[in-house]
Design a protein around this ligand. Structure first.
Ligand SMILES: *Cc1c(COP(=O)(O)O)cnc(C)c1O
Length: 295
């Protein structure tokens, strides 16, 4: 897949002598954030190889992974089941209503049981309850996902720094694995769970050219700050590039702040990975009465 990279030309970047660009994975499809497509690619091939009929996965009510699995699962001829954290709210929010329209069966479980979801017992129970299923963990992160996310950057991406938002760590792990010598990969966690994430990512890579920067999560998952909202709106006004409030907005907020603080040496080239997630803004706008861009 050919993915476009665009230059970002804030005037202050000239003074700082920083070359900034953004790789638009978000352009692939409105409801499948770019990185989720990469994460599902080899998992769906494996599900076919195993002759599975149904894909079962997990997520929160605003999960881009749930939306992507519902859409791609249907496209590839699978039944899909989404185990959703929390209670059912009617009407369904835009993410879940989209998933349901794709034919995904939604099962709600309470937060306590949701925490048990990765235990063997619970997974065995699910396998007994549903026939011929292929399980994908929350956020879609497993070995095959990382084989897919390793394809996000390639030989054309020779920037000194590559930056991305970090949820479960699968996306950055793939990017780290395919990074070049001398390239540095910076991850911006969107939750306050730095230490756990560090270990998660180390499971999938033995390189050490990367770092997590934990200062820009704005208080946690789907928590927004005024600075974050401003960054997203400014970015949209100046470049017509939509950022989402949960992931990419926080990464861009962080990178711009680090540039202002001279974190990067003069002359650096920086590549932002736009991992998509714009469908999430529809829900955030409803919930907080905002006008974040939705396309
Ligand atoms: C899921 C997601 C991420 C995080 O990906 P992980 O592999 O879980 O770290 C980043 N950006 C967007 C838009 C996402 O939907």
């Amino acid at each position: 897949m050919k993915i476009k990279t665009e230059q970002i030309s804030f005037p202050f970047l000239n003074d700082k002598q920083i070359h900034l660009s953004i790789k638009r994975l978000d352009k692939t499809h409105k409801y499948i954030s770019g990185n989720k497509w990469f994460k599902l690619k080899y998992n769906l091939l494996e599900a076919k190889r195993q002759k599975a009929r149904t894909i079962l996965t997990f997520g929160g009510a605003f999960s881009n992974h749930i939306a992507a699995t519902a859409f791609l699962g249907k496209k590839e001829g699978f039944n899909t089941i989404g185990i959703i954290r929390g209670e059912e709210y009617n009407p369904l929010n835009p993410t879940l209503s989209f998933a349901k329209k794709q034919g995904m069966k939604l099962n709600y479980i309470n937060r306590y049981n949701y925490k048990l979801k990765n235990t063997d017992n619970y997974l065995d129970e699910l396998k007994n309850e549903f026939e011929n299923i292929y399980l994908i963990p929350e956020g879609g992160t497993n070995r095959l996902a990382i084989k897919g996310t390793a394809e996000i950057i390639n030989d054309n991406d020779q920037h000194d720094y590559v930056c991305c938002a970090v949820g479960t760590g699968g996306t950055i792990a793939g990017i780290i694995n395919s990074s070049h010598e001398n390239q540095k990969i910076l991850g911006f966690p969107i939750i306050n769970g730095h230490n756990i994430l560090q270990k998660e990512i180390e499971k999938f890579t033995n390189k050490n050219c990367w770092k997590l920067i934990n200062k820009y999560h704005c208080g946690g998952y789907a928590k927004l700050s005024d600075k974050l909202i401003n960054t997203i709106n400014t970015f949209y006004e100046m470049f017509q590039i939509p950022l989402d409030g949960i992931y990419t907005g926080k990464m861009v907020l962080g990178v711009l702040d680090l540039i202002k603080k001279d974190y990067f040496p003069k002359g650096s080239t920086i590549l932002l990975i736009h991992t998509g997630g714009i469908q999430g803004n529809i829900g955030l706008n409803k919930r907080f009465g905002l006008k974040l861009p939705t396309s």
